[in-house]
Structures are given as structure tokens and as C-alpha cells.
Design a binder for this molecule. Sequence first.
Ligand SMILES: *[C@@H]1O[C@H](CO)[C@@H](O)[C@H](O)[C@H]1NC(C)=O
Ligand SMILES: *[C@@H]1O[C@H](CO)[C@@H](O)[C@H](O)[C@H]1NC(C)=O
Ligand SMILES: *[C@@H]1O[C@H](CO)[C@@H](O)[C@H](O)[C@H]1NC(C)=O
Ligand SMILES: *[C@@H]1O[C@H](CO)[C@@H](O)[C@H](O)[C@H]1NC(C)=O
Ligand SMILES: *[C@@H]1O[C@H](CO)[C@@H](O)[C@H](O)[C@H]1NC(C)=O
Length: 485
Amino acid sequence: MARTEFLIWILVITLCQLQDAQTQTLSSIGVNWGAQASQPMEPSVVVNMLKENGIKKVKLFDADSWTVSAFKGTDIELMVGIPNDQLKKLSKSKDDAEDWVKDNVTKHLKHGDVNIRYVSVGNEAFLKSYNGSYIHITFPAMQRIQSAIEKAGHADQIKVTTALNADVYESSSEKPSDGDFRKDIYSVMKQIVQFLDEKNSPFVVNIYPFLSLYQSRDFPKEFAFFDSTNSQIDDDGAHYSNMFDANLDTLVASLKKIGHPNVSIVIGEIGWPTDGDINANIQYAKKFYRGFFKKMATKKGSPRHPKSVTVYLFGLFDENLKSIAPGNFERHWGIFRYDGKAKFQVDFSGKGEDKYPISAKGVRYQENKWCVLKKDVKNITSLGGAMSYACAGGDCTSLGYGCTCNEVLDGSGNASYAFNQYFQINDQSVEACDFDGVADIVSKDPSKGTCRFPVAIYSSGNMLKVMHKVGGFFIIFSLIFTLFM
Ligand SMILES: *[C@@H]1O[C@H](CO)[C@@H](O)[C@H](O)[C@H]1NC(C)=O
Ligand SMILES: *[C@@H]1O[C@H](CO)[C@@H](O)[C@H](O)[C@H]1NC(C)=O
Ligand SMILES: *[C@@H]1O[C@H](CO)[C@@H](O)[C@H](O)[C@H]1NC(C)=O
Ligand SMILES: *[C@@H]1O[C@H](CO)[C@@H](O)[C@H](O)[C@H]1NC(C)=O
Ligand SMILES: *[C@@H]1O[C@H](CO)[C@@H](O)[C@H](O)[C@H]1NC(C)=O
């Protein structure tokens, strides 16, 4: 074979493989990309990774300009979010809502060619833990954003909705058909659902079988997964062998009862964490996703929602700054690690093949340095203070019972782990590895078995700090850049 022929042949094969990876991913699958991390991944690296994995839908929790711009020129559909702390302002002022749309939507459509399709106004705003703070402002904020989007001429392309937790509805029995919206928010839910129906926007709901298992010891474990055929609930001829279907049908019944059965449903979050709890591990996450994707591949929904639904997986990466008020698992929802490496085999095509998704490329790591307890420190009991300090500033959620570092480390290993987490979160600063003289920086990886001692990455966060320093220059540069585009 001639050399050029050979090269073309290689090229064709490569292109086919790329095509393959992309078309095989189920089109109904999207991902949530949250960035509550000490060193968030660089947007361009993430967007390339999404493309390589054939992911066509992404949900964000805010509308960070740099992140949204990274989707420029891709066909990836975006759902951007408005955080709860902005709802008050937006519910009150037409001008603020219009500014929000200009700044976070119009700009990207005009200059960026970004495929924004949804705005989620608020995130799980009616959670009981918020004590009702957002009950009266969420819907007015949705209306203001809707008006601003109409005024800007984007209403055909962009739908306004709000991502809700599944706790906005409940069933008076165990039967999904007895589902109805929560009493304390019934009237506002009626307004929201009517709005969604009128505007042809989806009802976005987050459903978490893991949390049901976490919250109730009696919850039948197999009901959280998808590979059992044992019916746990019989509801007038409908049989439920997994919690997801039962929960979805509780929503279907609730929508019917409130008079809007035709509102479409999108799953805003679903997934399984891999650390931070006895039931949060790779083995269960694999099992959950495998069963879920297999179900998705059949394109069948639930007994009372036979159409398949679009789902956004939660989530893309581990986020070490997430609040652990709900539980230590909160920082471990990623399908990928903090650095974009795939954690476990998951086949986005639903064929159940034992393959890893494609990890991020071009991630830049900080130096191969770790902060550990000095060898000559023997009295571990004296380290309590240093450890609590390290764990308050760093992330020690892998040390607890049933977690990846729990049985692997001894007392001094625990201290080293905590020190290193603090050190890495602080970008390996020498001052962050002191702890009254009991810690040392080493160049040999102290990881042990399942317990990994991470090395931080350089991130968009670090770069923002740099950009801040040269802020004036950067603004002028962007202005010139925008003018000439
Ligand atoms: C646009 O969104 C960003 C990120 O969520 C937010 O910080 C900013 O305030 C928004 N812009 C306006 C004008 O509201
Ligand atoms: C809700 O109320 C509880 C108890 O009164 C309080 O501890 C908590 O901080 C409140 N949460 C919010 C978000 O206001
Ligand atoms: C829902 O859609 C069906 C089929 O299009 C239609 O017949 C029905 O009237 C709709 N129901 C409501 C309440 O809009
Ligand atoms: C270890 O440290 C604790 C707390 O500082 C102290 O009470 C104890 O006497 C020390 N034990 C030894 C063997 O030095
Ligand atoms: C390490 O720390 C964890 C979490 O604080 C604790 O559960 C575990 O018992 C500790 N291990 C040892 C050997 O001290």
C-alpha cells in the first residue's frame, strides 16, 4: 500500500471510530456539570471530553460566562441555571431580569453561537431544609425571566423552567397512583405547572434512589437498582420493581390530579455516588448505571409514563467544596474524578459493555508532592487539633466508616490523609503543610490500596486568579477581541 493511501486509510478508520463513539451514546442522556471544587476543570478541556463521549446535553447550575462560552460552535444543548440566591432580586425587578438575559443568554447567542435551550430558575428551591425561603419568589422570578426572554426574541428556542427535588410531591400510600403535590406548596405548584403547560416547558425533577436507601434502613436495596424483576409495589395492575419508575409515576399522578397531565417530564438529576457512605461505592455505582442505561436503551419509560424521558446524570465530576450537610457522599457524585479521569466502567450506549468512558485530555497536574505526617511522630492522640483543622479546610469524607480510606489507613495514615487534602486544596503551598511542625512534604505517593492521595490540578480557578491580577489589561483585550469578531 502506498504511503498516502495508508494514511488516508488510518484517517478514515479514526474518523469512523470517533463517529462511532458519538452516535452510540444514547441521545436522551445529558450530564450535570457542577463546579463546586477547589480546582475546577478548565472549560475547554471539559467540552472536548463531553464531545469525545458523545454527550449532547449539559446542565449547569449557573451561567458562568467562561463556561458557557466554551460551548461555542458545538451542537451541545445547554440548560443554564439561576442559583437560589439570585431569585429574590430577579423576582422583584424587571430590569434585573432583562439584564440577566442580556448578560447570560443574548450575548452567547449573538456572538457565541451557543446552543442554550433552557433556563432553570432556581435549584430545588422548595426543599424543606430551606424553611420556605424561596416559596414565594421562585415563580415570580420565572415569570420575569420568561418575559425578558420573550422581549429579547428567544422564546422559540429557550424554555424557562425550574429544577425541583422529588420531594415536591408525595403519595398518601405506597402506590404511585395516590401521588399529589405537597400541601404546603400546592398553590405555587399549581401556578408553576400551569405555566410549564402553557409555555410547553418541561417539568424538571431530580430523583435519587440512593437517597431513599441512605435515609431509610428499611428501604429494600434491590428496589434502588434496576436489575430485579421482583415487584415491590402493585398498583392496580401496574407492577414496580424499581424505585425510579414508582417515583416517576407518582409525579405523573400528581400532574394529572393538578389538571395538567400533558406537561413533559425531564429528569434533572439522577446518579449514584462512589464514596462517603457504606452504600456509596464503585460497585453499586456501576450496577446502578448499568441497569439504568440498559433501561434507557429500551426507550421504555415507566408503567404510567410509557415514553422514554430525557435524563441529566449527576454528575460529571467530584466536587470537594460541596456542602456535606446532607451527608459525606455529597462530594463523590462524579462519574469522573476531580481531574476528569473516569472512575468506573459505564457504557453510555446502554449496551452494557465493560468499558470506561473517555477521560479528559490535557489536564495539567501540580507537582508530584504530598504532605504527610512526619515519620518520627509517634503520639497520634496529640494530633486531634491538627486533624480537625485540616479536615475543616480540606476534604476528609473518604475516611469514614465504609469509605475508601477507612480500613486501609491506620491512625497516622489518617493524619497524613487529612494533611494532604488540606495541602492540595491550598495549591500545595508550603505554609499549608506545617501543622505545628509535625508534617513534611514528600515526593513519594503515599496512596494505599483503595485510598488515593490526590495531587491537585491546575484549574480555571487558578487562572481566574491570574486574570484578576491583570484584570484591566484583560478587559481591554476582550473589548478589542469582541470588536473585531
Ligand atoms: C449572569 O450569570 C452569572 C453567573 O450565574 C451571574 O454571576 C451574573 O450576575 C449574571 N448577570 C446578571 C446581569 O445578572
Ligand atoms: C431553617 O431552620 C432551622 C431551624 O430553625 C435552622 O437551623 C436553619 O439554619 C434554617 N435554614 C435556612 C436555610 O434558613
Ligand atoms: C392532553 O393531550 C391529549 C392528546 O393530545 C388531549 O386529548 C387532551 O385533551 C390533553 N389534556 C389536557 C388536559 O390538556
Ligand atoms: C500524647 O498526647 C496527649 C495529648 O497531647 C497527652 O495527654 C499524652 O500524655 C501523650 N502521650 C505520650 C505517651 O506522650
Ligand atoms: C480514621 O478516621 C476515621 C474518621 O475520623 C475514623 O472513623 C477511623 O476510625 C480512623 N482510623 C484510625 C485507625 O484511627
